[in-house]
Design a protein. Structure first.
Ligand SMILES: [Zn+2]
Lengths: 385, 135
């Protein structure tokens, strides 16, 4: 297997982008990544997206986006893996370059959510769950996470307020990210007063949806070592694992076993331990998911994730910084694009381009993208040589 | 287009028909023919009692398309007496606050109404506070 490096990155602001179509968003991110990489052609394009078939009545996104950005005759695929579609596209590109089959690969993630009305988007998001035995009972995706959070609070004796630190940290960091959906800090009082969506999850526990796209260009690392004066950002860990699609089938619904397995594999590939990770772009779609991710990846004891937020250890200067550019909570969660935003943000950190929320001396960055309610989890570790 | 999909699982929706594993005796719901506990083949029918307790719950204030008429409604993970957990709505709660551990029992109720457009009305299991415990 060849060593793989990230040569270029691109992203759009996450927002209600009424003026921009699905392909315009994807095109903006892909072209920005190609410009950043200094390339005009590519061998392959992998597009991560969850719901363009229902939300935009457009499938076949590999061809659709390759055509739009003008990479003529390139191999192109549309990859769907619910909310982890973005990381799945990135992993496909990594494997293609590592195998030697492809020299220049582009991974992109895009989601255009505002073309569909709210209640339909809620139903479409729930298609990531088990349709016959979860979603068809009338549950939304938020409700599934609320079931996990309620039980977690009951078993480990946490109060709602103990989760505030996750949201406060994300918004504080998002305030410095021009691509973030929300760029204002929030206070603990605001968190306490936020309206309830599905108890115990309130509006400030949940990530906002939005339209957005992010992309990266991948090449063999040896190509960069020939010297262009740039830092070489290498993919040193890439692993994916699954769990049951329905929460009710898990032996322990409060443990992200797919996060544990994929993180362990990625650590082993990178030949490092959790303590070597300088920053972690976790999948904080809900504050409870941030807590569970920290536990499963070895940063906190079982049931003790909220403690890291309460003690400020997740801030950019803490022991394990998360959501350093706002996370899903403040940057936004355009579902199929999220995994690629995480990669782009890790690259920014490793390049030293993260501005006010830069993690000093960051060398190893981890990104973890969760599909469904913990059902399909993809972990990447990037390193600055 | 959705009719066959609901019709196919009517035994589960109306009567909680599942399976029991002949190898390890695990009770399985919904049926899946391969035991999630031991991996052996499990095709023996088993009828669940419909009794269980609330493992976790929440209240929907915003519903997915097709469920708006029921708002607001409580949903739960219900741990059945025989072992498995099912995801379902709670019903007939009255003023009773829901709590983790509360005994519940299965009833058949209307789950979803697509209105005049498609005309499908889906019935299935929900859980109400157990009568015996309420007495
Ligand atoms: Zn068995």
């Amino acid at each position: 297997m060849r060593e793989v490096a990230v040569l270029g990155i691109g992203q759009t602001k996450i927002d209600e982008q009424w003026e921009k179509s699905l392909r315009e968003l994807a095109g903006e991110a892909v072209l920005a990544a190609m410009l950043d990489a200094g390339i005009t052609r590519a061998d392959a394009l992998y597009v991560g997206n969850m719901m363009s078939g229902s939300a935009n009545h457009q499938q076949h996104l590999g061809t659709y986006i390759a055509d739009w950005v003008g990479i003529k005759n390139a191999e192109a695929l549309h990859i769907e893996d619910a909310c982890s579609s973005g990381a799945a596209a990135f992993r496909s590109a990594v494997m293609a370059v590592a195998s030697g089959a492809v020299d220049v690969a582009i991974a992109a993630g895009v989601e255009k959510m505002t073309d569909s009305p709210g209640s339909e988007i809620t139903a479409e998001l729930a298609t990531a769950a088990d349709q016959d035995w979860e979603a068809s009972q009338g549950l939304s995706f938020v409700a599934l996470n609320a079931l996990i959070m309620r039980r977690y609070m009951y078993e480990y004796k946490w109060e709602r307020d103990h989760f505030a630190g996750f949201s406060i940290n994300a918004h504080a960091n998002g305030a410095h990210n021009p691509f973030a959906r929300f760029q204002e800090p929030i206070s603990e009082a605001q968190y306490r007063k936020a309206p309830m969506i599905a108890e115990p999850i309130n509006l400030l526990d949940a990530s906002p949806m939005g339209d957005g796209a992010a992309a990266a260009v991948l090449v063999p690392a040896e190509m960069l070592r020939r010297g262009n004066g740039r830092k070489v950002i290498r993919v040193v860990g890439s692993a994916a694992a699954t769990d049951t699609i329905a929460i009710h089938h898990r032996k322990d619904p409060l443990w992200l076993s797919a996060a544990e397995k994929s993180a362990r594999q990625a650590y082993s590939q990178a030949q490092i331990e959790p303590k070597d990770i300088d920053l972690f772009e976790a999948h904080d779609a809900f504050t409870i998911m941030a807590a569970l991710s920290l536990e499963a990846c070895g940063f906190a004891e079982r049931g003790q994730g909220p403690r890291l937020a309460m003690e400020g250890e997740i801030r950019p200067n803490g022991r394990i910084p998360i959501a350093t550019r706002g996370g899903l909570k403040a940057r936004g969660h355009p579902v199929g694009a999220t995994g690629m935003y995480q990669i782009v943000e890790v690259v920014q950190q490793l390049r030293g381009e993260a501005g006010a929320t830069q993690v000093e001396g960051a060398r190893y960055g981890m990104a973890q993208n969760i599909g469904g309610s913990g059902s399909n989890i993809i972990t990447h570790i990037l390193m600055c040589e | 287009m959705e009719n066959p999909r609901h019709w196919r699982i009517r035994k589960q929706r109306y009567a909680l028909v599942g399976e029991v594993c002949p190898h390890c005796e695990a009770k399985i719901f919904p049926p899946r023919d391969v035991c999630p506990n031991c991996g052996g083949e499990a095709k023996t029918q088993f009828n669940f009692s419909g009794k269980g307790t609330v493992f976790s719950f929440t209240v929907m204030n915003d519903a997915p398309a097709g469920y708006e008429k029921n708002l607001p409604y409580a949903v739960a993970l219900v741990k059945l007496e025989e072992g498995p957990i099912v995801t379902a709505q709670l019903t007939d709660l009255g003023d009773q606050p829901v709590q983790i551990g509360m005994p519940v029992e299965m009833v058949t109720r209307r789950i979803r109404d697509d209105g005049d457009e498609k005309g499908i009305i889906v019935y299935g299991y929900k859980f109400r506070p157990a009568m015996s415990s309420a007495q």
